[in-house]
Design a protein around this ligand. Sequence first.
Ligand code: MLC
Ligand code: AMP
Length: 506
Amino acid sequence: MTNPLFDALFAPHLGKDTAFLHLLDGSTLSHDAFLRMAAQIGGVLDAIGLNAGDRLALQAAKSPEALAVYAACVQKGVIFLPLNTAYTAHELAYFIENSEAKLVVCDPAKEADIAKITARTNARLMTLAADGSGTLMQAAAKQPETTQTVARSADDLAAFLYTSGTTGRSKGAMLTQDNLLSNSEVLKDYWGFTESDVLLHALPIFHTHGLFVASNVMLLAGGAMVFMPAFDPDTILAHMPRATSMMGVPTFYTRLLDHDGFTREAAAHMRLFISGSAPMLAETHEQFEALTGQRILERYGMTETNMNTSNPLIGTRKAGTVGFPLPGVELKVCDPVTGAELAQGEIGVLEVRGRNVFKGYWQMPEKTREELREDGFFITGDLGLLDEDGYVQIVGRGKDLIISGGYNIYPKELELVIDAQPGVKESAVIGVPHPDFGESPVAVVVSDGDGPDMAQIMAACNVELARFKHPRRIIVIDALPRNTMGKVQKNALREDYKTLFTPKES
Ligand code: MLC
Ligand code: AMP
């Protein structure tokens, strides 16, 4: 019986008492202990009747148990649907309903709210707290520490990751076993990860970066992770002496650079610092190198495609670029209108094809057709070029998207909420440069009648949108700038407010 993802990431570690997760309380969980925990959770999934192909939605704090839920899903062929812990009940209702999740696991503090949703959808609800308590692990404790692995093929689905869209409706990206496995195999080799590596893991585990890049690669390599509930520079520095490597979003690096304890000596033994999920300023690369003597390795990916490009482990890591297409990934720069491939140096939309590219959006065949060509190329919506040395440079986005601290915020989602408030005629949400988060959303609002009620807008945001998506400023103006076609010129607005969070350059 085979299950390619389980056989590669998890099965080789059965019975091994090598360190897998170093926890902040000083304890270490071995590979085998982790797999026994996952098997017990797998037993719970069997007991409540989850079958291969059913969905399990998890919104829970980062913990070994939460990661073991992922392992259990892979072992049982259940499709894992991790959800950002910041999502409100309003947002969760959509994901749970849309995915038709059969089991939802949530923090005990959210149980009452989520029970209202699962009552409607008939999903089973269990709880998992940050310390591992809750009904899930109570049930798991009664299950055996070994369990049957369910057979799966490479093309079977392993996970759904929801990603918002330019229309404001989230889409469930369907990722197969092979999408995840092929990418982790490539990354492990490309970045040289082995069982001797210890990764500083401070990313959330509900997105591609923390789950499929960091955790899958380390599982495949057989190394260990210092598993931190969240990013905190003091904690990172305290654990750096035992680590070999770190993966993070640019905000991790700018915050580390601002910390007095981050010195050349502190980083001297580290073999690799990797950044991605958002553009890193060339200036951050340079400051990092000036301080540590090391160059950050930047790579580029997305939910639908896993990782597409990377700077090399050995060779020049070029600041301001995301490196070369990874082995097995074909990348083209295309004309945004005709789709024709452009010449080296010309700016166009990046399109990618390979085993890493997802299968489509859950129950959205039209959206899938719009973005995934019949020949297998996925239209990323990112604008870029191939430079004279073949490095990919991302120069902007064709899609209306803001990335704040590595989290995606689709302006349309905010505009729909703001436009529905009294006193608002219309709004345009733009990303403005921010020194900590890279970009932050600002709402530019045109008033209607007596004008917008700011408290009311924020109250609506509180109910409908996760806090990280909220506009950091609301600016009222007389009219939005439009072109002759009547389209709002967000570029003009971005120009007007570009120094809102950063001092003007002299
Ligand atoms: C937290 N807050 C944010 C935020 N994160 N606001 C805007 N953008 C963010 N990214 C807000 C909270 O709501 C709260 O608001 C306040 O900041 C403090 O919360 P916190 O939890 O203490 O935040 P902090 O620890 O400072 O978190 C910042 C961060 C975190 C950068 C460490 O956001 C993070 O870990 N980001 C990583 C995201 C990631 O993994 N992305 C990968 C996506 S995968 P208030 O007002 O209530 O105080 C992908 C594909 C690929 O993109 O290529 O990898
Ligand atoms: P997500 O949908 O959360 O997976 O976000 C994917 C998007 O993040 C991509 O389409 C890019 O716009 C952006 N992204 C990821 N890595 C990088 C990077 N290294 N540089 C610039 N943008 C990036």
